[in-house]
Design a protein around this ligand. Structure first.
Ligand SMILES: [Zn+2]
Length: 120
């Protein structure tokens, strides 16, 4: 943990929770619309009948969480070394991990993102 804020892994985990909550609100709104016309339906039935519409956002959130879990804490991680133009492996904590830095780019406009996290 940084003295003045979250580390990258903690910040990313919070973004995931926000994104999951937003997707779940949309799903619950649509389920509410179905229930409002008198059709009893469970969340599982709704998802199964949605023609795969929710598969991508839910699968993406799951994949992002699994990647985050793999890159939290000290670990080895591949990175492209532009000085020799080839892949190399480094040892990183959550702050320097090149995979987490890339994973954070789609949310780089959100509060708390630090420019020092931007991939090289
Ligand atoms: Zn990593």
């Amino acid at each position: 943990m940084r003295p003045n804020g979250e580390d990258l892994a903690t910040w990313l985990r919070r973004q995931l929770k926000d994104d999951e909550a937003a997707v779940e609100r949309e799903i619950q709104t649509e389920i509410g619309n179905v229930l409002a016309v008198g059709v009893p339906i469970t969340r599982e039935e709704f998802l199964a009948q949605s023609g795969g519409r929710w598969h991508s956002p839910l699968a993406e959130l799951d994949a992002r969480r699994r990647i985050l879990d793999l890159h939290t804490g000290p670990h080895e991680c591949p990175e492209w070394d532009q000085t020799v133009n080839e892949s190399c492996t480094g040892y990183y904590g959550a702050e320097g991990c090149p995979t987490l830095r890339l994973l954070a780019v789609p949310q780089d406009h959100r509060p708390g993102y630090r420019d020092e996290w931007r991939p090289a």
